[in-house]
Design a protein around this ligand. Sequence first.
Ligand SMILES: [Zn+2]
Length: 337
Amino acid sequence: MPLVDLLGQVQARERLMNMIVRGRVPQSLLFTGPEGVGKNLAAILFAQALSCRESTNGDACGKCPSCIQVSRKIYPDILTIAADNQQIKIEQVSEIQEFISFAPLVGERRIVIIKDAHKLNHTAANALLKTLEEPAPTVLFILLSHRHNLLLATILSRCLRLSFVSLQKSVIVEIIQLQNLAEEYGEVGAHGIAEAAAWSGGSMGRALFFLAEGNLGWCSGFIEKFSRLPQETLLAALDLAEVAAQFEEREVLFFILRSFLHDALLAARGVVAKNPDAAHISALSWAASVALFAPLHEQRILLIRQQLLVVEQAQAINVNLKLAFEAFFTAIVTGTS
Ligand SMILES: [Zn+2]
């Protein structure tokens, strides 16, 4: 797949291709933007275009030995680093330093792709910084991060930043159809694809999660129960906390809760009635649940949103998530939030 086929990221794609055409490739790039919108794919396609022996108009030919090796992930001048158990450690930065200490084997440069760069731990980040401060013309770093504000300011200042945006729903549907992903995830049909795209919030990663059997139903049922909490009993709040804590896809869980409260707030303010596109998620089952929550006072929805942030922070520092959800849901039932 050539870089030109990277969908939904026109600006980033054009900038990357221009760098190649003009022969002005920086030494360190940082791709920022939400999860699952194509940052990793863009890094690979850019690396392929840079390594291609028959490159035209800043893009890869897809057929030369280098292109084939990149697509098979066996190209010797690319190293990809990913977090090991939630952290990128000093050993991995040492691996990078060793990798770039050798001249390129095939192409003009050695390329290091660092996924989730915000997961560099303190020692690793400082070691990487030293490497970035002594750039070699035959090395390119591509850092990827959906939380770049967690990176050292000194690392940020060394990188040229490219922003990736949330994908349009229509783009997600197009990618699913072009790559026959629906088949891979079981025959979901056009309606299933549209629903998965609607719930994805512009992330391909989440769209694929929602395509898989049962996931959309689970999330829709969870949100419905959540939307009824203001009329529910304490027991229902405790039950829902247990269900929430056991759900493994935390990123999706917090995303749907955040989006739900965002949309409920807009509905309470009457914004959604005038402009349905303002909602994060537009799906029938979702709208019905939002309608149950919207009669709450705006201030109360704002307070519930703040308390959700507390639960998210608890999750980040490994506090007992079930207890955090219990406190959050019971406050909604008792009206103390
Ligand atoms: Zn090629």
